[in-house]
Design a protein around this ligand. Structure first.
Ligand SMILES: [Zn+2]
Length: 422
C-alpha cells in the first residue's frame, strides 16, 4: 500500500541516538543526586527545560507559540494550513525525586517525529503540533493536568490562577515570571479544532516489561477521585490537659484513616487507595495536635466502585465527628474512559507494518490524553519501563524500547496527518 510506504519511510528516519541523547540532556535539568529528576511546574528548572526544547524546535524551523497558561507548542506546517492539526505531546514537570522519562519521553518522542518527517522530505497534509502541557503532575500546584484541562475548557484559567504552592506562591505569580521570560513567543488561544491527539508515555506499570513487548496500545484510563481531609481539634498542654477533655486531631485522623483503609480494602480489594500527603499542626512533641490535613486518592476502572468508595469515605468522616470537626473536600473527579477503537486500530496497524510487537493495555495512571479525549479522538502509546517503577528516581527505560515506541508514534502521526481532508 502506498500510504504504508510513507509511514515506513518516516519511521525509518527516527534516530535512536538523538532521542536518547535529548532525554539525557533534559534529565540533567533538575537532576537529583540519586539519578532522578525534581522539576516542578513554572520553576527555574522547568524554564531551562523549555529553553532547551525551544532551541531544538528553532533548529527545525518549527512555529513556536504558547498560551495564557504557558502550554508550549511547536508546529510543523502541513500542506493545508486551514485544516485541524494532529497533536502529540506530554509534560516536562515531575514528581519530587521523579524519573527522567515520565512525560519527558512523550515530548521528546513527538519532537523526534517532526524531525523524522522533515528529514524524510515529506510534508503531511495536516499540520502537526507538539504540545508541552503545563503542570501535569500537580506536585507543586494541585491538582495537576492544569494545561490540558484549561485547553479543552474543563477548567477555567481564573480557577487555576488562584492555586498556591506550599510556599504561598500562586500560579498567577509564577506564570508572570515564565511569561516574561518567554515574552517573545506568540500566544495562541485555548482549544480550537484538533484532528487527533496521540500521546506517547512510559507505562508506569509492569505489564509490558514482563511480557517483553515494546509497545502498548492503550485501551483506556481508569477513573480516579481525590479528596483533602481536614481534622480540626484543639491545641493543649501534653501534661496538664485531662485525656477526657482533649480534642486530639491526630488520634481522630488515625481512627478515620484506619477505618477507611479496612472498609475499602475489604469491600474492593482491587481498589487503589493512597494517602500520600499528611500534615499536622503544631507538630510539636509536648502539644496536643490541633489540626491534621491529609489526602485520599482512590482509583478504579469502574465508576460505580469509585462512587461507592466515596460514600464510605463520607460516612466514616461523618461518624467520627464527635470531639473534632472533620471537613471533606473533593478536589478532583476523573471518570474512567475508553479510547476510540478506530484510533487503537490505526496505532496497532502502524506497529504491524513496522514489525514491532504490540499489545492492548489499560492505563492505571492518569495522563493529559484523558483531558484531550473529551476534545478530539485520542489515543496513547505506552513503552515499557523497568519493573513498572515510576514516580521514583529508580525509573528506567531501554533506549531500544523508546526508539520502537517513537517509530510507532511517527507512523501513526504521519498516517493521521495525511488522512482524507474534510
Ligand atoms: Zn506522566
Amino acid at each position: 500500500m502506498l500510504s504504508d510506504t510513507v509511514e515506513v519511510k518516516v519511521a525509518s528516519h527516527v534516530n535512536e541516538h538523538r532521542l536518547w541523547d535529548r532525554l539525557m540532556q533534559l534529565a540533567k535539568i533538575g537532576a537529583t543526586e540519586s539519578g532522578g529528576v525534581s522539576r516542578f511546574a513554572l520553576s527555574e528548572e522547568e524554564s531551562l527545560a523549555r529553553r532547551l526544547l525551544i532551541e531544538w524546535a528553532l533548529e527545525l524551523e518549527l512555529e513556536i507559540s504558547t498560551d495564557d497558561i504557558s502550554n508550549l507548542y511547536f508546529r510543523l506546517n502541513g500542506r493545508n494550513k486551514q485544516t485541524a492539526p494532529v497533536m502529540s505531546g506530554s509534560h516536562i514537570d515531575s514528581q519530587p525525586n521523579g524519573g527522567k522519562f515520565d512525560g519527558t519521553f512523550g515530548v521528546v518522542a513527538a519532537l523526534e517525529v517532526l524531525q523524522a518527517i522533515r528529514e524524510s522530505g515529506t510534508q503531511p497534509a495536516r499540520s502537526i503540533d507538539v504540545v508541552v502541557w503545563l503542570n501535569e503532575e500537580g506536585s507543586r500546584f494541585s491538582p495537576g493536568m492544569m494545561g490540558s484541562d484549561v485547553f479543552v475548557g474543563r477548567r477555567s484559567l481564573d480557577d487555576c490562577l488562584t492555586v498556591k504552592d506550599s510556599k504561598g506562591v500562586s500560579v498567577a505569580e509564577a506564570l508572570e515570571t515564565t511569561h516574561s521570560e518567554f515574552h517573545s513567543l506568540p500566544r495562541r488561544s485555548f482549544g480550537g479544532a484538533v484532528c487527533h491527539y496521540v500521546e506517547a508515555h512510559i507505562e508506569q506499570g509492569p505489564l509490558l516489561d514482563t511480557a517483553k513487548i515494546p509497545v502498548g496500545v492503550v485501551t483506556g484510563i481508569q477513573g480516579s477521585r481525590r479528596f483533602r481531609i481536614r481534622v480540626i481539634g484543639e491545641q493543649a498542654h501534653a501534661g496538664t490537659e485531662p485525656m477526657e477533655n482533649r480534642k486530639d486531631a491526630l488520634f481522630t485522623a488515625v481512627d478515620v484513616i484506619q477505618e477507611i483503609r479496612s472498609q475499602l480494602m475489604n469491600r474492593f480489594p482491587d481498589l487503589k487507595l493512597t494517602m500520600g500527603l499528611f500534615e499536622m499542626l503544631p507538630n510539636a512533641p509536648s502539644v496536643v495536635p490541633s489540626s491534621v490535613y491529609f489526602s485520599i486518592d482512590i482509583r478504579h476502572p469502574k465508576d460505580s466502585t469509585l462512587a461507592e468508595s466515596q460514600r464510605i469515605i463520607d460516612e466514616i468522616c461523618h461518624s467520627n465527628q464527635n470531639k473534632c470537626e472533620i471537613e471533606v473536600n473533593q478536589i478532583a473527579v476523573s471518570k474512567s474512559l475508553e479510547f476510540p477503537n478506530r484510533i487503537r486500530k490505526r496505532i496497532t496497524r502502524c506497529a504491524e507494518i513496522l514489525n514491532i510487537g504490540s499489545m492492548p493495555i489499560y492505563s492505571m495512571a492518569g495522563h493529559d490524553a484523558r483531558q484531550m479525549h473529551y476534545h478530539c479522538p485520542s489515543g496513547m502509546i505506552f513503552v515499557p519501563c523497568y519493573k513498572g517503577i515510576s514516580h521514583s528516581d529508580k525509573e528506567a527505560c531501554e533506549s531500544s524500547d523508546l526508539f520502537m515506541g517513537t517509530q510507532v508514534l511517527a507512523a501513526s502521526l504521519i498516517d493521521m496527518a495525511n488522512q482524507q481532508l474534510k
